[in-house]
Design a protein around this ligand. Structure first.
Ligand SMILES: NC(=O)c1ccc[n+]([C@@H]2O[C@H](COP(=O)([O-])OP(=O)(O)OC[C@H]3O[C@@H](n4cnc5c(N)ncnc54)[C@H](O)[C@@H]3O)[C@@H](O)[C@H]2O)c1
Length: 324
């Protein structure tokens, strides 16, 4: 299978590409604009692979997308503006990349007869849930410009399936953690600050609850959906560890040999969703997928990776933004 991976130089996309190329006989093209969060170093482990090609280009550019799309059997679409705090500071890049860019890709996939389009989305499209777990058929009520733009792209992808018959499948995942994550997101920001003896910022009362899934489990789930998911369906990739931000920060402090005196309590994020939680039953019952990486072990390995790969995170200027 010849697979086009958009956003393949980012955190999750690069893990997916490394997985595909080290795992089998797939041919992979990465299309990535290399924005601030895209980094070719994330793809260095597979850079010399015979079945790998990289194209620097913007998913909003129809000519580039059409040229690159030709000859591919499947698209796995990760490219996005991905950081909630940036979307609060300025929403337009989120609308143009996440909504318009997705439509450009869908149009090209349709024109070129692509056999499968996996659209990678997020639990944030549902908004906050106090108790229980969201199911795939529940309504969308996003709170931030980021999640609203992702919800918009999800709806466009489903509309392309219903109107034009494109074989679209959507995955929605909870918060990911693991190596190669740009240092503005909570775990790498806190770990890299703490490893340098710097202070870390915690939003509000720290009581916001997130479900954490290792990026390798997420990528295995996406591959499962790519190969076996049903057209027009949405699959949650959840079942990770549920923690308050306060509990998570306690673990990060311990892992980095610091204590609560290193934490600044900062004003809460605007529109901050209290809790996200996904039902993981559909993908388990239909496709036999369940996460495998234990959170305690995965987090320890992640902290160790940032400890051992200082050159990777020292290169880009890590901005101290407090979100997850
Ligand atoms: N990080 C998470 O916890 C999480 C959870 C659920 C879903 N997701 C979704 O997974 C996807 C990947 O997230 P991530 O954390 O790896 O993000 P990331 O910010 O690390 O990577 C995004 C990648 O997209 C590229 N990109 C951005 N705009 C582009 C454009 N206009 N054209 C081409 N490339 C462009 C960037 O250069 C970068 O390589 C996103 O769609 C995100 O919504 C992320």
């Amino acid at each position: 299978m010849r697979i086009l991976v958009t956003g393949g130089a980012g955190f999750i996309g690069s893990a997916f590409v490394r997985r595909l190329l080290t795992g089998g006989a797939e041919r992979v093209t990465v299309l990535d604009a290399l924005t601030y969060s895209g980094n070719l170093a994330n793809l260095a482990p597979v850079a010399g692979h015979a079945d790998y090609a990289f194209v620097r280009g913007d998913i909003r550019d129809p000519d580039t997308v059409s040229r690159v799309m030709a000859g591919h059997d499947a698209v796995v679409h990760f490219a996005a503006e991905s950081h909630v705090d940036r979307s609060i500071a300025g929403a337009l890049p989120f609308v143009s990349t996440n909504v318009q860019g997705t439509q450009v890709l869908l149009d090209a996939a349709l024109r070129h007869g692509v056999g499968r389009f996996v659209h990678v989305s997020t639990d944030e499209v549902y908004g906050s849930i106090d108790e229980g777990h969201w199911r795939e058929d529940q309504p969308l009520a996003p709170s931030s410009p980021y999640s609203a733009s992702k919800a918009g792209s999800d709806l466009l992808a489903l509309a392309c399936h219903r109107t034009h018959g494109l074989d679209v499948v959507i995955t929605r995942c909870s918060n990911n953690y693991g190596p190669y994550q740009y240092c503005e997101k909570l775990i790498p920001l806190f770990v890299t600050n703490l490893l340098q003896g710097k202070r870390v910022p915690l939003y509000g009362d720290g009581g916001n609850v997130r479900e954490w899934l290792h990026v390798d489990d997420h990528c295995r789930g996406i591959e499962t959906v790519l190969r076996h998911g049903r057209a027009g369906e949405i699959y949650h990739i959840g079942g990770g560890a549920e923690l308050t931000n306060r509990e998570l920060v306690g673990r990060l402090l311990a892992a980095c040999g610091a204590d609560w005196s290193a934490v600044d309590h900062v004003a809460d994020r605007k529109g901050h969703d209290r809790r996200y939680a996904l039902s993981a039953e559909k993908i388990r019952d239909e496709l036999g997928f369940a996460p495998e990486i234990d959170f305690t072990e995965g987090l320890a390995a992640t902290v160790a990776w940032y400890r051992e790969n200082r050159d990777w995170w020292r290169a880009p200027a890590a901005e101290a933004v407090a979100g997850a």
